[in-house]
Design a protein around this ligand. Structure first.
Ligand SMILES: Cc1ncc(COP(=O)(O)O)c(C=O)c1O
Length: 410
């Protein structure tokens, strides 16, 4: 009898603890089946329900309905994979490189990257993990680092995935407003840091602004991370697209050991569909990411790892020059009617809507004129700016900018 009583009490306590934990983590309730908005969401997790469909997807869906739009919304290069990469992919497939690779990636690619990166960083960067695009690296990083309730600070506007990946880990996003210049507002960032802050994310050159953090911004960020003992995640996917030249301090890993860097081939070599990225830097975290890759992505696609290795021998500098020129077209055509922080990298500009309406309303008017641009509220708490991707032909870019000029009036 005493045993039975003990078991019942044990079960009740267990349920109460689970309920309290669920509430503490901000989840609605521990039900197996949720019905919301009259729609059946049976079996769907609270975690999945906490993620909103990307605003960019909504614009893409709209784009699919327009006939031959001027599309300034796409976040990928308008050139194709360099021939050397395509040939290497074909060769790899024909040679039978179609199976699993080691979790951390194929040895020749890892060794080549380790060599190149160590030269770039002025010291041995340690093991490099090949990931399924930078998105794969982001996911592995979050899963490796974030406990429920851990806080992560990053600048607003931001790359949308950060927020959603944090939701999936029950982490807490602490975006810090960086308008109007999109540099590193040290005081605002410092006041967002609490005892629960674990990570600072930097993304330079940045999506959606095209802005680059200056050397002094980066040094301030590094000093802050030292002061508060934070892990630094540096999303450097647009690192090759730096218009001011390739020297100087541009990666916090040059100065701060507790940095994990994510880079990839999606943008630099137009391989968005081939899913190859890489992570390197702070060893204890890269090690955990490697372990988790084993049970998630397993490995990056095998033939495309060989293609990425070959593509490293191709200079992409001509494309960078082309984007610098397109950036100049945007500034030349829109600079007098829009406030635009001068983009120093990537292939985005983030002008402010000058008409007093929201960016969503402005972008709707642009879409009505067959021009696709993305409202700032997709990337930000504000709805005042919009993102232009200038990775398109000069002709389309000029035509699109002309429509935007007209819409701005004046
Ligand atoms: C800042 C940033 N990080 C990461 C990614 C994801 O890149 P990938 O295609 O390599 O997963 C993107 C893609 O748009 C991006 O803009």
């Amino acid at each position: 009898m005493d045993d039975e009583f003990g078991r019942v009490i044990g079960r009740v306590i267990g349920r109460v603890v689970r309920l309290v934990e669920t509430r503490r983590r901000g989840l609605a309730r521990p039900s197996r089946r949720v019905r919301l908005d009259g729609m059946s969401r049976e079996f769907v997790s609270d975690r999945a329900l906490g993620v909103d469909a990307s605003g960019i997807r909504k614009v893409f869906d709209l784009a699919a309905k327009l006939k031959d739009p001027i599309n300034l919304s796409i976040g990928l290069p308008d050139f194709d994979v360099p021939p050397i990469g395509k040939e290497a992919a074909h060769r790899a497939i024909d040679a039978g490189h179609n199976r699993y690779t080691p979790t951390q990636g194929i040895a020749p690619l890892r060794e080549r990257l380790r060599l190149d990166l160590s030269r770039e960083m002025g010291r041995d960067v340690g093991g490099v993990l090949i990931t399924s695009g930078v998105s794969g690296g982001l996911q592995l990083f979050m899963q490796s680092v974030i406990n429920p309730g851990d806080e992560v600070v990053y600048l607003d506007p931001y790359f949308v995935m950060y927020k959603h990946l944090l939701t999936l880990c029950d982490g807490v996003a602490r975006p810090v407003d960086s308008y109007p210049n999109f540099n590193f507002p040290i005081e605002r960032v410092e006041s967002a840091i609490t005892s629960k802050t674990k990570v600072l994310i930097l993304n330079s050159p940045g999506n959606p602004t095209g802005s680059m953090l200056s050397e002094s911004d980066l040094r301030a960020a590094v000093a802050l991370c030292r002061r508060h003992d934070l892990l630094l995640l540096s999303d450097e996917i647009y690192e090759p697209f730096r218009y001011a030249g390739l020297g100087g301090m541009y990666s916090p890993l040059l100065e701060y050991e507790k940095t994990v860097v994510l880079r990839g081939f999606s943008k630099s070599h137009a391989m968005t569909g081939w899913r190859v990225g890489y992570a390197f830097g702070y060893g204890p975290i890269v090690e955990q990411m490697t372990k988790l890759q084993q049970y998630t992505f397993v490995c990056a696609p095998s033939p495309f790892q060989y293609a990425a290795l070959a593509a490293l021998d191709e200079s992409m500098q001509a494309y960078v020059e082309a984007y610098r020129r397109k950036r100049d077209i945007v500034l030349e055509m829109l600079g007098d009617r829009f406030e635009i922080a001068r983009p120093e990298g990537a292939f985005y500009a983030f002008p402010k809507v000058p008409t007093g309406e929201t960016a969503s309303a402005f972008c709707q008017r642009a879409i009505d004129r067959n021009v696709l641009v993305i409202p700032g509220n997709v990337f930000s708490a504000r709805d005042t700016h919009f993102r232009i991707s200038y990775a398109t032909t000069d002709e389309k870019l000029r035509a699109g900018c002309q429509v935007l000029r007209d819409l701005a009036g004046g």
